[in-house]
Design a binder for this molecule. Structure first.
Ligand code: MN
Length: 237
């Protein structure tokens, strides 16, 4: 655990992603944060991250979270990320690790349903409650049988919604396609940050694409955005 693998995979002079603080700060009284980032890399996926012990525990969820308790979503555990990553929305240069467009798709706080999170992680059965803008209520991450790999390997988990008032059959991919930080679609983030707009748009739902095709001026950046969020340097024009 820790950020060694995260840092080894990235060139911080090239990618705008954060390197992370030198050492995690002490135990914080603040609620624990979570973030879900929609990431149009070589394949579209959602990165599900839970703050724990000064880092973001991270899983790549190819199909994204589902509010339907009968749906189990594969979640591949990946390297821990720095806490600052929760604010990262922008473009990772092509050719770099994870090259593509990143959106802050949901953010909020999480609460473990049992006090011993480390024991739950070791057991491969972590139950928790989310309070985000899109995701809420009770969830579980359960490691699959045979999903525990050698050190450094990836382990396979399932992300499942529990039955409660926040469960629903809504299709989040079409009903909630935009950033909770900036309301932008993937294509709009790529446009603003000098990324590959066509590639990013392939991760947006069809209605968003149709809207852009009907209004091509939406694809032309006319004003420089206020730097409200940590994002990549725009191309010099
Ligand atoms: Mn990713």
């Amino acid at each position: 655990m820790g950020l060694r693998e995260y840092r080894q995979k990235r060139r911080f002079g090239v990618t705008p992603e954060p390197a992370g603080a030198a050492a995690p700060r002490g135990r914080r009284a603040k609620p624990l944060g979570f973030v879900v980032q929609k990431h149009r890399a070589s394949a579209l996926h959602y990165d599900f991250r839970l703050e724990w012990k000064g880092v973001l525990l991270s899983w790549a969820v190819p199909k994204g979270p589902s509010l339907d308790p009968t749906v189990k979503r594969l979640a591949m555990q990946v390297e821990d990320h720095p806490l600052e990553y929760a604010k990262f929305e922008g473009v990772i240069p092509e050719g770099e690790y994870g090259g593509g467009t990143v959106m802050v798709w949901d953010r909020g706080t999480w609460t473990p349903e049992l006090p011993d999170v480390d024991a739950a992680l070791a057991k491969g059965d972590l139950k928790f409650t989310l309070a985000g803008k899109k995701l809420a209520g009770s969830w579980v991450l359960v490691r699959t049988r045979g999903g525990r790999m050698a050190a450094g390997g990836r382990s396979a988990w399932l992300l499942i919604k529990h039955r409660d008032a926040a469960a629903s059959d809504a299709d989040l991919e079409t009903t909630e396609p935009r950033s909770v930080l900036t309301k932008r679609s993937l294509a709009e983030i790529a446009r603003d940050e000098g990324g590959d707009v066509a590639k990013a748009a392939s991760g947006d739902p069809p209605d968003e694409i149709r809207r852009l095709i009907a209004n091509p001026e939406l694809l032309v950046r006319t004003t420089r955005r206020k730097r409200a969020v940590w994002h990549s340097k725009p191309k010099q024009r």
